[in-house]
Structures are given as structure tokens and as C-alpha cells.
Design a protein around this ligand. Structure first.
Ligand SMILES: Cc1cc2nc3c(=O)[nH]c(=O)nc-3n(C[C@H](O)[C@H](O)[C@H](O)COP(=O)(O)OP(=O)(O)OC[C@H]3O[C@@H](n4cnc5c(N)ncnc54)[C@H](O)[C@@H]3O)c2cc1C
Length: 413
């Protein structure tokens, strides 16, 4: 490449692509780089839920109580045992971040980060009609198949309401309607402010098309390393070296090995989830539906519907566990949803998760011009417009949101 680009962004998932679009809009010459096509990493297969109601990080005091079920592989969360050497040190850091004092700091920052999610999505939809056409804010439903599950959820629901989350019980008519989808539902609640997208890949493609239309450029390359060079950076890949004045690493769960030679520790894990995608619609499924006891989400999609589930702690790059798809099919059958003749598409994705369940958004102190936007765990789609805005503010205008201190990678030493 003859002259250096203003900014190279490594990783064209929903985070990197949203950021590239935002910076291109602000007049920077951006090069978006990915080893594959935009949006074909974790951002391809998520549940499509814009989870405005999730105001607190999952690393909460008392989370250790889930450990026995997780270690025994009971329930939706499990450990991929061959990856224990990667996962267990991460788990120790997770437990430290669950301590009350640390949790309270993280919780404040997470609330601040989520506070503008709705307005950032509205602004994005207003500016980008292709995003608007794929996005709806109709809320989402959560149903229970037993009174015990309903009672167990009660305290958490009340705590959410006290925190300002807008939900109400489903009426008998609404519940009756939902039984066309999930016949075993006995009760449920509706969250009123959340949204969903009709295809997560379509959102990345819409952001990408907007980026290209504003003069942005894309390069297919697997970046092997990033090296500081004369107040700029050289990105080494299989092809010719790429020169950039500034670099953002947004490579999802695979970001750590790009950052660590530059002195930034990012203890990321692949917190894996699985989906089954069906190319038929489920009549009556009008918004995302969480089957509480099965920890599974059904989402109406442009192409039919998708069912997502599981939290499987693993090393990035490990092979999927095929029994997860079988278990998910069984859950759908037991809920009365899955028809044996259906042939779903199977997918596994790596949520990029840091031990404190907080994203890392910020800049390197040692290498001015090096930035990162990683660790968006269960909420990368949700947080993508806000991440793009706050990091673009930092890069383009040196404007620093107050909560960025809590999201700095220096917290990991
Ligand atoms: C089952 C499941 C359900 C989910 N549901 C939701 C949901 O409903 N709502 C929500 O908000 N979030 C959800 N998530 C989380 C969300 O999908 C992720 O947080 C988000 O996709 C992360 O985006 P990303 O851009 O950081 O990573 P990715 O999408 O993985 O993008 C990273 C990109 O970097 C590229 N890359 C990596 N290394 C290199 C390299 N060295 N050189 C070049 N390119 C590289 C990869 O090819 C990839 O395209 C879900 C996740 C899963 C697994």
C-alpha cells in the first residue's frame, strides 16, 4: 500500500464495522480488514436481541453458586474440559470481579454505557435506512413452563423494575396467543423497551454498505501482528504489509494475540453459544421469546426463525460440541415447538468475554494511536452503535466518556 491509511480497523464484526462506518462519516480514511467476509464471525449468528434491559454486568456477587452445576455440565452453562487450562485462570479473575466493591464500580459504568443504547440505535436507524428496515422495537417476552420457575424469577424481576426496567405481566389473551408458539407456557412477562433485528448478518452488511458508500475501503487479510513503526503502525499479514497512522483492534474473541505483543493484556475467553436456524416462520412469534427454563431464545427472522442457547466456556478456536445442537433440538421438542421434519442450519459462535463481563473500549498509553473495542460478550449487537460513537469520539475528537476509565484494559494489569 503506497501511503498509510488514516486508520486501520482489524475485525469486521458488528463492532468493527459500526466503528468503521462512524469514523468514515467523521471524515477519516478508514481501511476495514478481516480474514473473511464482514459479519461472518460471532456477529453472524446471534439472537438479534437489542437488550436494552440488561443494565448490569453478569459478574455479580453470588455468581459462584452457579459453579457446581457448570462444572458438572448441568444446565445451560458448561466448561469445555479440554480447554480447562485456558478457562480456569479466567474463572479465577471472574470470581475476583464478582466481589461486591468491584461489582458496584462495574455496575455504575455498565449502567452509564447502556444509558444511551436506545438513542444510539434510533440515531443509527435514522441515518441508515437499511438498518431501520431490519430493526424493530416491540419489546420481548419471557415465558415460564412452571410456577416454580416463575416464582424463582420473581425477585430478579422486581429488582429490575426498581432499576427502571419496564416490564409487565402478560395478559391471559397475550399468553393464549403465545401458546401457539410455546404450548407449555403457564405465565410470562413482556419487556417493553427492547428491540430486535431481523437478521444480525444483515445489520453488519447494512453498516458495511454505508461505510463503502462513504468512501471506506475493505481488505481481506488475516492480520498476524501489529508493529509500531515511525509514529505509525505496520500490520503484517499474508499479503503486503499495511501501513496505518492509527489502528483499532476489534477482532472479537481472537483479539488477545494481536494486543499482547503491544503490552495490552486482554484475558478473553470464547464463551460459546449455539443456534439452530429454521427457514420457516413460527406463526405467533412476533418478537424475541425467552424460554426461561430452557435458557433458549426464539427470534423471528427474515428467513424464518432462530433458536439460540448455551454458555460454553472454551478457548478461542476450539471445535464445537455437537451434543449442544442435539440438546437444543430436544428442548424445542419438549416445549412442543420443534417438528422432527425440520432441518435447521447449525452454528456455534464465540462470544468475546472478559472476566468481569465488561467490554474493553479505549486506547493504549504506551503506543499512541492504538485503540481497542473488544469483549462485548452477550451484548455486542446491542452495544455496537454506542461503542462506535464513544470510541469515534475518543479517536476523532479526543473526547472521553466518563465510563471509559472502567473499560480500560489497564484493569487487567
Ligand atoms: C448464540 C449467541 C447469541 C447472541 N445473542 C446476542 C443478542 O441477542 N444480542 C446481542 O447484543 N449480542 C448477542 N450475542 C453476542 C454478540 O454476537 C457478540 O458480542 C458480537 O457479535 C461480537 O462482535 P465482535 O465484532 O466483537 O466480534 P466478531 O463478530 O467475532 O467479529 C470479529 C471479526 O474479527 C475477525 N478477525 C479476528 N481475528 C482477525 C485477524 N487476526 N485478522 C483479521 N480479521 C480477524 C473475524 O473474522 C471476525 O469477523 C450473542 C452471541 C452468541 C454466540
Amino acid at each position: 500500500m503506497a501511503s498509510p491509511v488514516d486508520l486501520a480497523i482489524v475485525g469486521a464484526g458488528v463492532i468493527g464495522t459500526a466503528l468503521a462506518r462512524e469514523l468514515q462519516l467523521r471524515g477519516m480514511r478508514c481501511l476495514l480488514i478481516d480474514g473473511g467476509a464482514p459479519g461472518h464471525g460471532t456477529s453472524f449468528g446471534n439472537a438479534g436481541h437489542i437488550a436494552i434491559e440488561q443494565l448490569s454486568p453478569l459478574s455479580q456477587p453470588g455468581a459462584w453458586r452457579e459453579a457446581p452445576a457448570l462444572l458438572l455440565g448441568r444446565g445451560a452453562a458448561s466448561l469445555r474440559w479440554p480447554d480447562a487450562a485456558t478457562v480456569l485462570p479466567w474463572a479465577m479473575k471472574f470470581l475476583r470481579s464478582c466481589r461486591k466493591a468491584q461489582y458496584e464500580i462495574n455496575d455504575r459504568a455498565f449502567h452509564a454505557l447502556q444509558a444511551s443504547t436506545g438513542t444510539d440505535w434510533s440515531a443509527l436507524a435514522a441515518a441508515c435506512p437499511r438498518v431501520a428496515a431490519l430493526t424493530q422495537f416491540l419489546g420481548h417476552d419471557e415465558i415460564f413452563e412452571s410456577a416454580a420457575a416463575r416464582d424463582k424469577a420473581h425477585a430478579a424481576l422486581l429488582a429490575q423494575r426498581a432499576d427502571g426496567v419496564n416490564w409487565r405481566d402478560l395478559s391471559a389473551t397475550e399468553l393464549g396467543g403465545l401458546r401457539a408458539v410455546a404450548p407449555r407456557a403457564i405465565a410470562g412477562v413482556r419487556y417493553l423497551d427492547s428491540g430486535y433485528v431481523k437478521t444480525p448478518l444483515g445489520i453488519v452488511e447494512a453498516l458495511y454498505a454505508d461505510f463503502l458508500s462513504k468512501g471506506g475501503r475493505f481488505l481481506t487479510a488475516q492480520v498476524r501482528s501489529i508493529a509500531p513503526h515511525d509514529d505509525a503502525f505496520v500490520l503484517n499479514s499474508d499479503g503486503a504489509p499495511i501501513h496505518a497512522q492509527r489502528v483499532v483492534v476489534a477482532a472479537g474473541a481472537r483479539s488477545a494475540r494481536l494486543l499482547s505483543p503491544l503490552g495490552l493484556r486482554a484475558p478473553l475467553i470464547a464463551e460459546r453459544g449455539y443456534h439452530l436456524s429454521f427457514s420457516r416462520h413460527l406463526p405467533g412469534l412476533l418478537r424475541p421469546l425467552l424460554l426461561r427454563e430452557r435458557s433458549a431464545v426464539l427470534t423471528p427472522m427474515q428467513f424464518g426463525f432462530r433458536c439460540t442457547s448455551f454458555v460454553e466456556f472454551a478457548a478461542p478456536g476450539s471445535a464445537p460440541t455437537p451434543s449442544k445442537w442435539r440438546t437444543l433440538k430436544r428442548h424445542l421438542q419438549e416445549s412442543g415447538i420443534f417438528l422432527p421434519t425440520d432441518e435447521p442450519r447449525l452454528w456455534m459462535g464465540e462470544r468475546p468475554t472478559l472476566p468481569d463481563y465488561m467490554p474493553a473500549i479505549g486506547a493504549s498509553r504506551a503506543h499512541p494511536g492504538l485503540f481497542y473495542a473488544i469483549g462485548h460478550q452477550h451484548l455486542g449487537l446491542t452495544l455496537s452503535p454506542t461503542t462506535a460513537r464513544v470510541l469515534a469520539d475518543l479517536i476523532a475528537s479526543d473526547k472521553r466518556a466518563s465510563f471509559l476509565d472502567a473499560l480500560d484494559l489497564r484493569r487487567f494489569g
